[in-house]
Design a protein around this ligand. Structure first.
Ligand code: ADP
Length: 223
């Protein structure tokens, strides 16, 4: 059996080592002595196998307690990592347009910037809306004559209906929002309140399914 370890390294286990792993999975924590008894072997014969299994991290030996199966620890590590990495560690630069940009120019921008979502901002860079590929496609199918005149504000999804994230949110939360709300991208915002007490959202980044796929690849490579 090949056991995949972090970093893609694969360890080949002998039949006996596999049996040891099965016993520890089932009965652990279990002493070397007891494992030997179950296999009708001596502790001395098992020593090199147990040593390989602990050095490779598959089993863990705790003094006076015995051997534990450690196979799930990599899953726990992965979970911890996903809850530790922050949006600011993976975000991209936002691609923004202003509300009076025509639908035609918004489509051009999507192509030239090679993105699927544009964020619509006011003159101060504060979030007003989001335009996706399908928003543009929809209007093009209907009123193709007007796309040179109509502003994107007529097709965008508007605040306060925009799902946002922040620099310090975990990538787990960002990914969950993307999945739960069935969108491709989230604007990363910095919230501030102006002197009239009105809340604004300054766009400081972009998190997309692509960012999340990239980090998944890196985690898969043990980075
Ligand atoms: P596409 O339209 O290319 O499938 P999305 O699934 O991201 O892309 O967009 C679906 C709809 O959700 C569109 O109408 C879009 O305006 C809107 N939308 C996209 N991103 C967000 C977001 N972060 N918050 C709220 N609505 C969004």
């Amino acid at each position: 059996m090949y056991v995949s370890k972090g970093g893609g390294l694969k360890i080949y286990l002998t039949e006996r080592q596999e049996k040891i792993v099965d016993i520890v999975k089932k009965y652990g924590p279990i002493t070397g002595e007891h494992i030997a008894k179950k296999l009708n072997l001596t502790r001395a014969i098992l020593r090199p196998d147990l040593s390989i299994l602990t050095r490779s991290g598959i089993l863990e030996a705790r003094p006076r307690v015995g051997y534990f199966y450690n196979g799930n620890s990599s899953q726990i590590n992965l979970k911890n990592k996903i809850h530790k990495i922050r949006v600011k560690d993976i975000k991209s630069l936002p691609v923004v347009i202003e509300e009076d940009t025509t639908i035609y120019n918004a489509a051009v921008k999507m192509f030239t910037e090679d993105v699927g979502t544009l964020f619509v901002v006011d003159k101060k860079g504060n979030l007003q809306g989001v335009v996706s590929r399908k928003d543009l496609l929809k209007v093009t199918l209907g009123n193709s004559k007007d796309v040179q005149q109509l502003p994107v504000s007529v097709v965008m999804t508007r605040m306060p209906n925009i799902i946002t994230t922040t620099n310090d949110e975990t990538i787990y939360m960002a990914a969950k929002k993307i999945v739960d709300h069935e969108v491709d991208a989230l604007p990363v915002v910095r919230t501030f309140i102006d002197n009239q007490g009105i809340e604004h959202f300054e766009v400081v980044g972009r998190v997309t399914k692509t960012n999340l796929a990239k980090i998944l690849v890196e985690l898969g490579e043990g980075k």
